[in-house]
Design a protein around this ligand. Structure first.
Ligand code: ATP
Ligand code: MG
Length: 360
């Protein structure tokens, strides 16, 4: 799969842009603050319907304008795909192949995109939320039903927490939220546990190769509601934990157990590298996880995903850069950089170069 064309209107610092891409490598060069990341942000919107930089769609409307419009076209194995999006302060409309969609989940199986930025290099050492996001973004693409479960779970969690913050929470209402929380939460736990198992297998193999067999990477799902093979058992266990913690929740006025507290345990040769890893180990593990993510999409969907490398190449040493580029042959790449050396540029496979200056 690859993106063939993008059209942007009043999107961030772009007024009007029509651009055609190369099926292999698209190198997007330019000084800082010119619009390189903005361009790949627009492309990314076609995969998950939301940005990897902000949760406020209207932030992407060009200053002083009322709405933005984008159109992204892609070619897949058996079909062409076109995603259009128009966003104003009040509304958001998304069209897939000319038809308006009602829910973002209808978009998710169209274009598979993975973004890799310097932020992602930090996922191993940063707070658990970053690692949950890593899992969620990928799962939403390969299992659109997951997107619905996670949206509903978050909504119920907000309602339950709001109720806990009231001066005299209504226990009967809490019980209703508890049921719903367990309904969606159990599904999330099941999906996440299965996902992490697959990612563990793939990333550990990749990591072994990158480190010439020196390091054994192991990724485990960490949840305060342990994973159960049977979904009904999972729900019951979650409910049990919720009830056990009711007093604590009432006291703290928030929900203490559930997948919103999940994490990924990441070890190298048995040592928890979230805490004890060197910076190099943490970054290499992040690279292995990202590459595993790409391979898993291929395994699950039989489509090659598109990879957006935002400023990340110059963050890696030569050996890692080469590993990354070589393991991605056949995948469409968008590489942004303000300072990529000629040496690196010359090692890239065939492609097209774009120079961005002030939104043009
Ligand atoms: P760097 O190399 O520093 O990452 P970049 O080329 O990736 O730079 P972008 O993040 O794509 O830069 O673009 C940043 C520019 O876009 C900034 O000058 C910023 O002010 C501008 N910008 C961001 N949002 C909007 C908006 N809604 N309307 C107009 N301009 C915007
Ligand atoms: Mg940038």
């Amino acid at each position: 799969m690859y993106i063939t064309k993008a059209e942007l209107q009043d999107f961030r610092n772009y007024e009007n842009l029509v651009i055609e891409f190369h099926p292999n490598v698209n190198l997007i060069l330019g000084n800082n603050a010119q619009g390189k990341t903005n361009l790949i942000e627009a492309i990314y919107l076609s995969s998950l319907g939301k940005s990897f930089r902000t949760s406020n769609d209207f932030e992407m409307i060009k200053f002083g304008k009322k709405f933005f419009r984008i159109k992204i076209e892609a070619e897949k194995k058996d079909e062409d795909v076109c995603v259009e999006m128009a966003v104003s302060k009040e509304s958001k409309a998304v069209k897939l192949n000319g038809h308006k969609i009602r829910k973002i989940s209808e978009l998710l199986e169209s274009i598979y995109i993975v973004v890799f930025s310097p932020e992602d290099l930090k996922i191993v050492k940063e707070e658990p939320e970053k690692r949950r996001k890593f899992i969620d973004r990928e799962l939403c693409q390969i299992k659109p039903v997951y997107f619905n479960n996670i949206s509903k779970y978050k909504k119920v969690l907000l309602q339950r927490n709001a109720m806990l913050k009231e001066n005299s929470p209504k226990i009967t209402l809490l019980e209703i939220w508890n049921q719903e929380l367990c309904e969606y939460g159990a599904k999330i736990i099941t999906h996440r546990a299965e996902f992490v198992k697959k990612i563990d297998k793939i990333s550990s193999e990749i990591h072994k190769n990158i480190t010439n067999g020196r390091e054994k990477l192991h990724v485990q799902y960490e949840s305060n509601v342990p994973f159960m093979k049977n979904l009904e058992d999972q729900k019951s266990l979650f409910l049990e934990k919720i009830n056990e913690n009711l007093e604590k929740d009432l006291l703290r006025r928030s929900t203490s157990v559930g997948p919103h507290r999940d994490d990924l345990k990441i070890t190298i040769n048995g040592i928890d590298i979230r805490k004890y890893g060197s910076q190099g180990q943490q970054r290499t593990a992040a690279l292995s996880l990202k590459l595993a993510e790409i391979m898993l999409i291929k395994d699950e969907t039989e489509e090659d995903c598109i990879l957006l490398l935002d400023d990340v190449l110059s963050e890696l040493d030569e050996e890692r850069q080469n590993y990354l580029i070589n393991s991605l042959s056949g995948i469409q790449l968008f590489i942004t950089s303000a300072e990529l050396s000629e040496k690196v540029k010359s090692t890239l496979p065939e492609g097209k170069r774009f120079y961005v200056e002030n939104g043009k």
